[in-house]
Write a protein that binds this ligand. Structure first.
Ligand SMILES: [Zn+2]
Length: 447
């Protein structure tokens, strides 16, 4: 098999992937900040990392994968305080929605889902390590990271640090490159806001220390792969490197992988532009999870993805074609003459494919393809029903359809065409299309 090659943001180059321990990959993904429903731009990154992890598994790697939930940050603290709720209560709804969405998009679960609020102790300990090595200084009850003490600062995002004043600091968790400053590891409590009493004083962690502490706790001091959206490269990941490497003296991550932005109809997605979509917005418009997953995976992750409704429609057709193809293969609907050409094409698609095996091998290849892309298996209706959306919400169950189709077959057999037509119409009205094949077999699908 070909070597695995990954583009590493750190080197700016494509590198051969070799994990530290043969056969095992330690991977960390920055999960969502659960202050709202995640949007399709977020899910582009999560689908990307899902395809990566499925691919690594397919290649036989044992995966130790951690994804965090950022359930404490500036926005959550502010929103929870405004709503008069605890952090747990405020974020519960969005955490559940994220889990549901991932399941709906066939995003596999990592080995560990972890929450920042369960790891405050680990963050405090990491800050203490940095204090001992003089990488920190206090200011107004907060604790800041001294970037001048870490000469490699900027190596991930290639930021130019000339002109940055030593000692100038920033309190926000999210800021632009132009505002690169000493950042907060620990934030002093503000009136009315939640805080923790700890060995380093009362307060709450900054966003960046959360990921450093949690990643190293579960994956060791050097990770194989760290993924995230490109917007996280600076300052978040740059700061993760500064914190972790200053504390341990070891490389924090060997391969950094970042997914590019998503545009909607060529524009930046924003609530004020009215082009901001969560998954639920799209399911409510009648789009299927598989089409969305296919659309989000359809452009290489390092290229901007221009999400359009035309494209989503095309993705739906592509999935439909793949499913029909799989279905026809399963039913042996290809004549002998066609198999040769198909085998050739499949062999081209999968290098290690045994071209002589025609149908069975093509099916096997499709199954392999689906282990990574997860769209061929048709479970959209079930997923949408679970979330209470679309025709999936009111459509008949598979069992009921099978029963009605059998009734119709029986009616046709006894030449009771009126009954057969009535059943066909009833199913059509409920969103089920019946197709009669030339050989007398019958298949159905949901509209
Ligand atoms: Zn993170």
């Amino acid at each position: 098999m070909a070597d695995i090659q990954l583009h590493n943001t750190l080197s700016g180059k494509i590198e051969n992937f070799v994990p530290q321990k043969a056969g095992e990959v330690r991977m960390y993904t920055c999960g969502p900040t659960v202050y709202d429903y995640a949007h399709i731009g977020n899910y582009r990154t999560f689908v990307f990392q899902d395809i990566l992890r499925r691919f690594l598994k397919l290649r036989g790697f044992k995966l130790n994968h951690v994804m965090n939930l950022t359930d404490v940050d500036d926005r959550i603290i502010a929103n929870a305080a405004a709503a008069g709720k605890s952090i747990r209560d405020y974020t519960a709804k969005f955490v559940q929605a994220f889990f549901d969405d991932c399941k709906t998009l066939s995003i596999e679960e990592p080995a560990h889902w972890i929450r920042a609020t369960d790891h405050i102790d680990d963050m405090v300990k990491l800050i203490q390590r940095l204090q001992k090595k003089s990488f920190t200084y206090p200011g107004d009850g907060s604790i800041y990271y001294r970037i001048a003490k870490f000469p490699e600062y900027g190596k991930l995002s290639k930021i130019d640090l000339t002109g940055i004043q030593a000692g100038a600091r920033v309190d926000n968790d999210r800021y632009e490159k132009e505002s690169a400053r000493d950042f907060a590891l620990w934030k002093a409590p503000k009136p009315g806001e939640h805080f923790w009493e700890t060995a380093i004083g009362p307060g709450r962690p900054g966003w960046h220390i959360e990921c450093s502490a949690m990643a190293m706790k579960y994956l060791g001091e050097t990770l194989d792969i760290h993924t995230g959206g490109i917007d996280l490269a600076f300052p978040h990941h740059e700061n993760e490197i500064a914190q972790s490497e200053a504390a341990t003296g070891k490389p924090f991550v060997r391969y950094w992988l970042h997914a590019e932005h998503l545009l909607v109809e060529g524009e930046k997605m924003s609530k004020s532009q009215g082009n901001f979509f969560t998954l639920r917005d799209l399911f409510a418009k009648g789009y299927k999870p598989s089409a969305l997953r296919f659309a989000l995976a359809s452009v290489p992750y390092r290229k901007q993805l221009n999400f359009t409704f035309d494209g989503l429609q095309q993705a739906a057709s592509s999935v439909e074609r793949l499913r029909n193809f799989a279905d026809r293969l399963k039913r042996g609907k290809f004549s002998a003459g066609k198999q040769e050409g198909m085998a050739t094409r499949t062999a081209k698609a999968a290098e290690d494919f045994d071209a002589g095996l025609a149908d069975a091998a093509v099916l096997e290849f499709l199954a392999t393809f689906d282990k990574v892309f997860a769209v061929v298996e048709d479970n959209d209706g079930e997923k949408l029903r679970t979330l209470g959306y679309g025709s999936g919400g009111s459509g008949p169950s598979d069992e009921e359809i099978d029963r009605l189709v059998a009734e119709r077959n029986a009616a046709k057999k006894r030449r009771d065409f009126a009954t057969a037509d009535r059943i066909r119409k009833e199913l059509a009205d409920r969103g089920i299309i019946i197709e009669d094949a030339k050989d007398g077999s019958v298949r159905w699908k949901r509209k």
